[in-house]
Every structure is written in structure tokens, then in C-alpha cells.
Design a protein around this ligand. Structure first.
Ligand code: FUC
Length: 826
């Protein structure tokens, strides 16, 4: 083991990271830290009693859950590419005739028979996708540290650093943890305020198939993923831990690393697998892990910490939100308990930024996309395999990415979409006899595209259209033409699939997706419940959106005009949206909704959010109908469902209702509904990260919207956010917006234009500013073009769908790229 003398550099390095951490005095925290350092700090006065209390750190590749146990510290480890099974696709080569049969039964309105055939023949054939698995655990034992005082553990999301501190026998101990973005290692620093006091034993463990060895002072765990559902494990991985100590002794063998009487001990830990991409697992995991470790080991803790911080903050500091005074005197778990009944709006601000922290920490340009649990999973087979559910959950993960200025972090999602456009060609061809590509409601690291779980949930072929919406939105936010060019063929492939599979339904001759489902929802309940359908509203909206985006893309790229014309003709034949007997937006082609249905999925409201097909200004009747549907559905549900509803109420311009849902979400977890765990993770329950991301997006949507022909400033401000400020939110057209408000009125506004062009602003108050001209005519900025929606079919008199538009004012500003425009509003 290498020993180094306590050099001046090391002293400075320790001081550097000390400024960011707790000074180990519960009750005195506020004095100990500067206010801005408190603002984004989750803190607790006891160790994590379970996984949902542990604190997540991550760099997109390595994830860690820090428990903060005193005698035996546990850091549960993840690596983003440790999955069960190996390269495969779960295609069903016998499906085609049964799909035709189900389709025909649906046309004959024999719904129960259609479901029966679907259940019997179109379920998964022994492979519902592979599970994302934990890597193992890093344990650090501190024998004797039983009776400690002044215990504290925290996670500072402004710095992406976790800390544990306590006093034992008059010695103050401190542990600091981070997963370096720049050097791809997990770092732990153990210090004490008296010399020679750091003694511990370090161990690696994994419930996966594994072997522990020691070489040259390295503790090495070699493991492999699990065999699962007829797929042999192909993932191999290595975890390597190595220490660097100041003073004292250390030795390593295959039973662990022992550190004796050191002043400081650093643990460098790297993890790597053999995964190259979904069809290639030929890399050398040990060599890879060693390379990261060797490179990082040459650097001092402060160097690594500084580079990590710089990288992280380049993302994190792009958006500043202030929703009120900080009251961090209570631990975070207590604040969660009190949020719904007390007055602590700053916790909503922390929750907003925590969502951004989680996205930065779980989705990096070279990583896998964030799965159902981001990258944090402590099990061999997490809930729903912790994979990618693409009928809402994966998409929700990426809702905050553009608007909260984390656009680069979409890269892994876009890569996955590109890969699905390859693997999904086989399912389109073999199962549906169609060109293009498609997948069903789940996928995994191997990019499977067949049916999983069962036809009742899984026979949904429209995820390609939803995923492609993210590609187009990325273009709208960034104006990146090259990106659009690169992904145009992917979007086109999805559209080709629908050109080939759309069916004429018998009653109106509309073109519909069949068979399909309105995700996971039934329109005939009971023991023989029926979900399979033709022409579900969400499908109609998704295909409408996909075709419209392609038509617009072909104009932007000046290409493929004939194809665009074909799409225009088909688009006109898609079903219009329909308003049913209860004044609701119909979920299915027939008027089958129930007023007492509180199903968690609100798929037919896709058109309201994240889609942009329902506008209070352009389709007030649909707007009212969507609102009615949401009222019937109720508020309390699973975590992600409540998060979706925050976005929906924001789009319905009702900030108070959106805020009510934020309160429902930031509440302790109950069995009946979602909520928030002590570590701020969203609960389905169990933990599912989509609700975190969805809520972050919802808060952004309450403050800024740009999908409906203009940039809407504070469209859904709740009464409780009387004053505050936001800066760095992005609007379509590349506008970066800053707003300061007091008494619910904007008093300062700033617009930074990255792309130039007309900036049209909508505001609920008159903006008395000379340089802002009252808007006239259409917005000439192409990123704000809106698509014409077919006239809805109404089954109740239009008068019952009247909508009293709130008064708002529209202004235009001509902008130059690279310029900031600041306005003081009287
Ligand atoms: C969908 C949802 C469930 C859960 C699962 C991962 O199936 O209906 O509630 O979120 O995804």
C-alpha cells in the first residue's frame, strides 16, 4: 500500500472539500455553512434504516447508495450496463396470423374474443426482457464505533457530494463520497480531526455470481450478470478497490483491505463491464476498470474533486430557482412529513433541483439512458426488472431535459432510439408484415422489441411515435438542423410502420392503429377484462404528432416532399378527438369512459401534455373536455401518475391544482398512493424515478410554457408562490428565460436568444415596457408553428364546453442571436 506524507497540497485539498461538507454539529448547521450551501442540502441525523433512506450518488456509469451506517458503512454499488441475459430480441415469429385475427375480431366488435385470442397467442414467449442488476456493495467497517454523538449525514446536490460525520470518543470523524464525472471512479475519503485515528476494514461483496481476489494491493471482485428467462448471462464485470493512506499501515488480501491508524484513507473504486453495445459484449472488463483506476489513482482527492465539481456544476448551475426562504433546521425526512400541511415552498425548489441532480447523475452522454430507477437499483431483479417501460415512464424521465437546460443529457435516450430503430425493424416485419420499425411497451439494454408481460398490457405498438416526439422537440428547443438530419430516417422509419399498419375502422372509415391498447387500461372490466382495441385516442394523437413532425421536418430539411404529401393525405384520415357524454375527452373510439374511473394512466391526455394538440386558445372545447377527464380521474395515484398530473394541471393553467398535486407527491409514502421516501426518491411505490423527473418538469411547466405559439410567462403560478425567481429555463426557439416576480406579478424579465428570430411572449399581466410591441398576426418564428387540429366530434352541446379564457397579453420582440434583453416591468 502506498503511503504518502501529509503535503501542503493534501492539506489544501482537504480544506477544499471541507468547505462543502457538514461541520458535524446538528443544530449548528446553519451557522456552520453559508446560506447557498444549505439550500441544496439533504440532511439527516441518523443513518439510513433502509435503501429508501440511503443517499444516491452517480456519474451516469457508476451509481452508489450511501447508507451512512457507523460501524459498518454500506455503499450499494451499481454500474449502468450490468443486466441479466445477453444480446437477443424477444420476437414472436408466430404472431402475424394472430394479429390479423385480433384485428378482424375488433372490426367485428367482438371485443372479448379479441382479448381472448390476444391473451392466448400474443403474450411473451418466455422472455419479458432482462433485469437491470446491482453490482454489489462496498462495506467499510469501523470496529468499536458504537456510541457516537453529533451524527450527521448529507447530500449536497449543488456539489454532488455526500458526507457522513460523527464524534466518537472525542474524535471527529468524517467520510466524504462522490462518483467522479471526469475520472469515472467512486471516491471515499476517511478523515479524523486527530492523527492516526482512521482504522477500518474494507470489503467488496455481491449477490451475483462472483469471485474475490487480491493483486498488488487491489481488491478485485469479478462477477457476472444472471441467467434470466431462457437467456444466458453474457455480462462480465469487475469492481476494483484500492486505497491510498496518509500515515498508518494498510494491507490487502482476498478477505479485504485493512487500514490501521492512518491520518487519512482514500478509497478509489472503479467498475467496468464487457458491454460495448446491445449486440457486442466483447470488451475486457478488468482492463477497462484498471485503466480508470490507474489514471484516477495518480490524482489527488482535491484534484479529482475539483474536476468533478466543475463538470457537474456546468450543468447544475444553469438553472436557478428561488421559491422562498430556506428553513433547513429540520432534517429532510421531517420536512417531507410537514410539507403538505406547513409552509415550506423551498422544499419544492429542492425537489425540483433534485430531479435535475438525478438526471445529471444517471444520464450522461456516454451512458445508458435512465431506467425505471435511474441507475440506482439494489436488487438482482428490481420492480418491473428496472428496465425501460416506454408507454410513459422512460419518456417521463426525459421531460425535464430540454426545459431545464440539460439538453446534452438526452444523448443516451437518442442513442437508444437509434438502436431501437434497428432492432425494431424485425418486429415490424416479422410480427406485423410492415416496413419501418416498432417496439411494444418495454425494452431493455438489449433493445428488445417484442411483447412483454402479457398482451393485456404489452400489445401496444405505438412507442416508436412517442419516442420520436423527443427527437423533434430537441430540434424545436435547440434548432440543431444537423441533429434533425441525422434522426430524420429514424422518424421516417416509425412513420413507414404506421403507413403499413393503419386500418380503416368500420364506422367512419378513419385510419386507426389496430390491435393496440390505451396503455394498460381496460374498457370492459371484471374477470374477463378487455384492453385490446382499435383507434385509442392516445394512438391517434401520437400518429398525428409523428406525421405532423415529419411533415414539418421535411420542410425544414427541404427534403422528401412526396413522402410528406403521403403523410398529409393519411393525417387527414386519422380520427379527430371526441368529447363524450360526460363532457370528457374520450379515451377510446367509442364513448366508453366512466366518471368514477381513477386509473393511473391518463394516456388520452397525451395531447395536452407532453403533446401540444389541445390549447385553451385554439381548441377551448377540447381543453374543457381534457379538464373534465382529469377531474374524473382524481388526484391521488402512483407517483408517476401524480407527476404527470402536475404537468397536466400546469397546461390547464391551474397553478393551485398543480401545487396541490405537488403536495400529494411530497408526502410520506402510503400504500394507497405514491409519495416521497426520506431520501427524496419518488415512490410508485416502490421507488420509481420517473415521478422525480415528472415533478421537476411539472414545476418548470408551471413557470414557463412554449408549446402553443408563444412563450407563456408564469402560466400556472400557485397562490403559495407569491414571490420568487427563476432563471435559465429554456423555451422552444432557443430562448433562455429569467423571471422575477413579487405579489404574483412579474417585475423583471430577461430573454437570451441563442438562435435569434421573433420572440413572442404571453403574459397574464400587462407588460408595460416600451420595447415590447403588442403582437400582431401569426408568430413568424418557425419553432412556434402550431399544427391544425381536426374539428372535434362533440357528443354534448358545445355550450356545455364553454371555457372562460383568462385574460392574457401577447408581445413581440425581434431578437439577435447571442443577445440578452432585460426588462423592468412597472
Ligand atoms: C407501467 C405502469 C406501472 C409501473 C410500470 C413500471 O406498467 O402502469 O404503474 O409504473 O410501468
Amino acid at each position: 500500500m502506498i503511503k504518502i506524507n501529509m503535503s501542503k497540497g493534501l492539506l489544501i485539498s482537504m480544506l477544499f472539500c471541507l468547505t462543502s461538507v457538514v461541520l458535524a454539529q446538528p443544530g449548528k448547521f446553519q451557522q456552520a455553512l453559508k446560506p447557498n450551501e444549505q439550500r441544496y442540502r439533504l440532511w439527516y441525523n441518523k443513518p439510513a434504516a433502509n435503501w429508501n433512506e440511503a443517499l444516491p450518488i452517480g456519474n451516469g456509469h457508476i451509481g452508489g447508495m450511501v447508507f451512512g451506517n457507523v460501524v459498518q458503512e454500506r455503499i450499494q454499488l451499481n454500474e449502468g450496463t450490468i443486466w441479466g441475459g445477453g444480446p437477443n430480441n424477444n420476437l414472436d415469429s408466430a404472431a402475424a396470423p394472430h394479429i390479423t385475427e385480433v384485428r378482424s375480431l375488433l372490426t367485428q366488435k367482438k371485443y372479448a374474443e379479441a382479448q381472448k385470442v390476444a391473451n392466448k397467442y400474443l403474450g411473451p414467449k418466455g422472455n419479458s426482457g432482462m433485469p437491470y442488476q446491482l453490482a454489489g456493495n462496498l462495506y467499510i467497517q469501523f470496529p468499536g464505533h458504537e456510541e457516537v454523538t453529533r451524527y450527521s449525514r448529507d447530500l449536497d446536490i449543488a456539489k454532488a457530494l455526500a458526507t457522513v460525520s460523527y464524534t466518537y470518543k472525542n474524535v471527529e470523524y468524517k467520510r466524504e463520497y462522490f462518483t467522479s464525472f471526469t475520472d469515472n471512479v467512486l471516491l471515499v475519503r476517511l478523515t479524523a480531526n486527530k492523527p492516526r485515528m482512521v482504522s477500518c476494514q474494507i470489503n467488496l461483496q455481491s449477490p451475483l455470481k462472483q469471485r474475490l481476489t487480491a493483486t498488488n494491493n487491489d481488491l478485485i471482485l469479478a462477477g457476472s450478470g444472471s441467467d434470466h428467462e431462457n437467456q444466458q448471462s453474457k455480462i462480465r464485470f469487475n469492481i476494483i478497490a484500492r486505497t491510498k493512506i496518509v500515515g498508518g499501515d494498510s494491507n490487502t488480501d482476498s478477505s479485504g483491505i485493512r487500514v490501521q491508524n492512518a491520518d487519512t484513507a482514500l478509497i478509489y473504486l472503479s467498475i467496468a463491464t464487457n458491454f460495448v453495445n446491445y449486440k457486442d459484449v466483447s470488451a475486457q472488463p478488468y482492463q477497462r476498470a484498471l485503466k480508470f483506476l490507474d489514471a484516477a489513482y495518480k490524482k489527488r482527492f482535491d484534484e479529482l474533486c475539483r474536476a468533478h465539481l466543475k463538470y457537474y456544476q456546468a450543468y447544475f448551475n444553469r438553472v436557478h430557482l428561488n421559491l422562498g426562504t430556506l428553513n433547513n433546521s429540520q432534517p429532510t425526512d421531517v420536512r417531507i412529513q410537514q410539507f403538505a400541511t406547513g409552509r415550506d415552498p423551498q422544499l419544492a425548489e429542492l425537489y425540483f433541483q433534485f430531479g435535475r441532480y438525478l438526471l445529471i447523475s444517471s444520464s450522461q452522454p456516454s451512458s445508458q439512458p435512465a431506467n425505471l430507477q435511474g441507475i440506482w437499483n439494489g436488487e438482482l431483479k428490481g420492480p418491473w426488472d428496472s428496465k425501460y417501460t416506454v408507454n410513459i415512464n422512460t419518456e417521463m424521465n426525459y421531460w425535464p431535459s430540454e426545459v431545464t437546460q440539460l439538453t446534452e443529457l438526452n444523448a443516451p435516450l437518442f442513442n437508444m432510439i437509434g438502436e431501437l430503430a434497428e432492432t425494431g425493424k424485425s418486429s415490424a416485419k416479422v410480427m406485423y408484415g410492415a416496413r419501418g420499425w416498432m417496439l411494444h411497451h418495454n425494452t431493455d439494454i438489449w433493445r428488445v422489441t417484442g411483447v412483454v408481460d402479457g398482451a393485456f398490457w404489452g400489445l401496444w405498438p405505438t412507442a416508436n411515435a412517442w419516442l420520436c416526439q423527443h427527437l423533434w422537440e430537441h430540434y424545436l428547443f435547440t434548432g440543431d438542423r444537423k441533429f434533425l438530419q441525422q434522426y430524420y430516417p429514424v422518424m421516417k422509419g416509425a412513420a413507414q410502420y404506421f403507413i403499413d399498419v393503419l386500418q380503416k375502422e368500420p364506422d367512419h372509415g378513419w385510419l386507426v392503429v389496430s390491435p393496440s391498447v390505451s396503455p394498460e387500461h381496460e374498457y370492459i372490466g371484471g374477470q374477463n377484462a378487455v384492453s385490446v382495441t382499435a383507434g385509442a385516442t392516445m394512438d391517434n394523437q401520437l400518429v398525428f404528432g409523428l406525421f405532423s413532425n415529419l411533415i414539418n421536418a421535411s420542410t425544414v430539411l427541404n427534403t422528401d416532399q412526396t413522402f410528406a404529401d403521403t403523410l398529409k393525405t393519411l393525417r387527414d384520415k386519422l380520427p379527430p378527438m371526441q368529447v363524450g357524454q360526460y363532457g370528457q375527452l374520450q379515451e377510446w373510439l367509442d364513448d366508453l369512459d366512466s366518471k368514477t374511473d381513477n386509473h393511473r394512466h391518463v394516456s388520452h391526455l397525451y395531447g395536452l401534455f407532453p403533446g401540444s394538440q389541445i390549447s385553451p386558445f385554439r381548441q377551448p372545447q377540447l381543453f374543457t373536455a381534457a379538464r373534465n377527464s382529469l377531474i374524473y380521474r382524481g388526484d391521488v395515484s402512483t407517483g408517476w401518475s401524480m407527476a404527470w398530473k402536475i404537468n397536466l394541471w400546469a397546461r390547464l393553467l391551474d397553478g393551485n391544482h398543480a401545487y396541490k398535486l405537488i403536495k400529494d407527491q411530497i408526502s410520506p409514502v402510503s400504500k394507497q398512493s405514491g409519495g416521497t421516501y426520506p431520501n427524496l426518491f419518488d415512490a410508485h411505490p416502490p421507488f420509481q424515478i420517473d415521478g422525480n423527473f415528472g415533478c421537476t418538469s411539472g414545476i418548470a411547466e408551471m413557470l414557463l410554457q412554449s408549446h402553443d405559439g408563444a412563450i407563456y410567462l408564469l402560466p400556472a403560478l400557485p397562490d403559495e408562490w407569491k414571490q420568487g425567481s427563476i432563471s435559465g429555463l429554456m423555451a422552444r426557439g432557443g430562448f433562455k428565460i429569467g423571471i422575477q416576480w413579487r405579489n404574483h406579478r412579474i417585475y423583471k424579465l430577461s430573454v437570451y436568444s441563442t438562435l435569434g428570430g421573433q420572440c413572442r411572449l404571453r403574459s397574464n399581466q400587462m407588460l408595460n415596457v416600451k420595447t415590447l410591441k403588442t403582437a400582431r398576426g401569426n408568430n413568424t418564428n418557425p419553432y412556434f408553428k402550431t399544427d391544425r387540429i381536426s374539428k372535434p366530434v362533440l357528443k354534448i352541446p358545445a355550450t356545455q364546453l364553454a371555457y372562460n379564457q383568462p385574460e392574457s397579453w401577447l408581445y413581440d420582440l425581434n431578437t439577435q442571436p447571442g443577445k440578452t434583453y432585460t426588462f423592468l416591468v412597472k
